[in-house]
Design a protein around this ligand. Structure first.
Ligand SMILES: [Fe+2]
Length: 183
């Protein structure tokens, strides 16, 4: 599966532009994590890009979300490791995270919302004007971007990353695709 094929499939299945941007942001963070950890950037990036491909197909039904997604990406030729990471990123199924790829997707997923919100409160609403220290500060404000699950983000420790390093890595990764994110 090429990245272009993956993105085409995402666009074919997800109409909401913010959802597509969330997947692009997750892809960028996953690639940066793979780079940092010496893992497969293509595999990790594609896992991030595809992880919510069933978001609209499952219409918010958390009991089917990510099960369908895992099936879809398998049909597209994704590796079993990718399908498993996508399957267990929705913890509603109670399937344990087993691999580094599983752990990476799980902690990267909610970070995109925190970083996006940190950009949107800047006067210019641009990622370029967000500093790592402000993401760290916002992380500690419980009411800020409350949907971005802090405990889940903090599971970056399972990958051997300090929280501060992970927040900065996520910010930089998203800044690198700011044009695509419209931020
Ligand atoms: Fe997601």
């Amino acid at each position: 599966m090429t990245r272009e094929e993956a993105l085409d499939s995402v666009r074919a299945n997800v109409e909401n532009e913010n959802s597509v941007k969330h997947m692009l942001a997750t892809e960028a963070i996953m690639r940066a994590l793979a780079e940092r950890l010496g893992e497969d950037k293509e595999e990790w990036g594609l896992t991030g890009l595809l992880h919510d491909i069933d978001m609209e197909l499952t219409e918010g039904d958390m009991s089917s979300h990510s099960r369908l997604g895992a099936d879809l990406v398998r049909e597209m030729g994704a590796s079993e490791a990718m399908a498993h990471a996508i399957l267990c990123h929705n913890q509603a199924h109670g399937i344990p995270l087993e691999t580094k790829l599983d752990e990476a997707l799980f902690c990267a997923d909610p970070l995109t919302g925190l970083v996006t919100a940190a950009a949107l409160v800047r006067p210019d609403k641009k990622l370029a004007s967000v500093e790592a220290k402000s993401v760290r500060k916002r992380f500690k404000e419980k009411g800020f971007a409350a949907g971005a699950n802090r405990e889940q983000i903090a599971t970056c420790s399972e990958l051997g990353l300090e929280l501060d390093e992970f927040l900065e890595l996520g910010l930089k990764a998203m800044q690198g695709i700011a044009v695509d994110l419209g931020l």
